[in-house]
Design a protein around this ligand. Structure first.
Ligand code: SF4
Ligand code: SF4
Ligand code: SF4
Length: 366
């Protein structure tokens, strides 16, 4: 363990901790834009600068390891002036777009500009203008709003293990992009969207659906048995965005399905009642018009709506009939990764103990 002093207060942290870790342990707040606790320190935004006794210039707290007896000052008029200047530089070629930006109200850059009261900018000059918009299906990449904090690059490499994007070009032209500046073609997990501190990365389906006064509902992702925790953001009874919190079992990380594939919830094509497939008798001409309730046509097959009681009785009768006629091994059960462990356990129990066969499998084995 290492003991150091921060703003006159003693704190003990583990060896290999950074000065920023020690500052956070004391609940002292200093600005950061490129820092993420799960990612390699980067020191790119230069906002977490602190004075350390014995070091001539201010030093980035996120990249400096602690040492025994270190004396750190986190705030002074000079440090605050430098932070403000750094912010002005970051904003000098940033679009004045908060009015329509999907991230407004949830943007760390906007929050810091507000905190430091940056209205005028001394460094206005050339602006980066990228006319091309990425044609990928999920992620809106508005690189004019990118502050080159590198969080997206690190999360893609270190958490997702994909490395789909990186820094390209040099100097003022530096840009985050996929190889050869092509359209993004990756896992579309959206981890990069989740860590981006600005409106540079957002969900394409978020557009103009709502930013504030969203109702939050914590729930479990319906897609697979991993059971990731998700938070539904709801406006006027519609799910308009899905996020996940860092304190959850999945640490806020999701896959493409959990993060972006929620629009089925409000789809008018969703099945809301059981359907029973109808096999027309060869002898009699089948007429859709003569039936009541009307038949539905799905993938060239014909179905009719039924109540749950009717559907379940039908399934039970047919299984009994097949078992009696051809034996239990003529039946097989295929379960789903979308079910819970308990539901899958009950399903195999039903197939083994009630039907009497070991022909049971699970779609995840595909
Ligand atoms: S990224 Fe942030 S600062 Fe930039 S326009 Fe959007 S809300 Fe405003
Ligand atoms: S969506 Fe996932 S895989 Fe694609 S660039 Fe972002 S982090 Fe990498
Ligand atoms: S896209 Fe976002 S996360 Fe990536 S470097 Fe730019 S601001 Fe940072």
């Amino acid at each position: 363990m290492v003991t150091l002093t921060i703003d006159g207060k003693k704190v003990t942290v583990r060896k290999l901790s950074t000065v920023l870790d020690a500052i956070k342990k004391l609940n002292i707040s200093i600005p950061t834009l490129c820092h993420h606790p799960d990612l390699t320190p980067f020191g790119g935004c230069r906002l977490c600068i602190v004075d350390i006794k014995g070091i001539a210039r201010p030093t980035t707290a996120c990249t400096t390891p602690v040492s025994e007896g270190m004396e750190v000052i986190t705030t002074s008029p000079t440090l605050e002036k430098m932070r403000r200047t750094t912010l002005e530089l970051l904003l000098s070629d940033h679009p004045d777009d908060c009015r329509v930006c999907e991230r407004a109200g949830d943007c760390k850059l906007q929050e810091l500009a507000y905190f430091y009261g940056i209205r005028e900018n001394h460094f206005l000059g050339e602006r980066r203008i990228y006319k091309k918009r990425d044609g990928n299906p999920f992620i809106e990449r508005d690189m004019e709003k990118c502050i080159l904090c590198g969080k997206c690059v690190r999360v893609c490499d270190e958490i997702e293990g994909v490395g789909a994007i990186d820094f390209a070009y040099r100097g003022f032209r530096t840009k985050i992009c996929p190889p050869y500046d092509k359209d993004l073609d990756c896992e579309f997990c959206g981890q990069c969207v989740a860590v981006c501190p600005t409106g540079a990365l957002t969900g394409k389906m978020w557009k103009q659906k709502g930013r504030q006064n969203l109702k939050e509902i914590d729930t479990i992702c319906p897609y697979c048995g991993c059971g990731c925790n998700i938070t539904l953001l709801i406006k006027r009874n519609d799910v308009i965005r899905v996020t996940s919190k860092p304190e959850t079992i999945n640490e806020g990380w999701l896959c493409v399905k959990g993060r972006f594939c929620y629009e089925f919830i409000n789809s008018p094509e969703r099945l809301t009642k059981p359907l029973i497939r109808v096999v027309p008798k060869e002898s009699s001409a089948f007429s859709v018009q003569q039936t009541n309730p009307p038949f539905l046509s799905l993938s060239k097959e014909l179905f009719r709506e039924a109540s749950w009681d009717e559907a379940l009785n039908y399934i039970a009768d047919r299984l009994k009939e097949i078992k009696e006629k051809y034996g239990p091994d003529s039946i097989a059960g295929l379960s789903s990764a979308k079910c819970t462990n308990e539901e899958n356990y009950l399903f195999q129990k039903f197939i083994r103990a009630v039907i009497g066969t070991n022909n049971v499998d699970h779609c995840a084995r595909y």
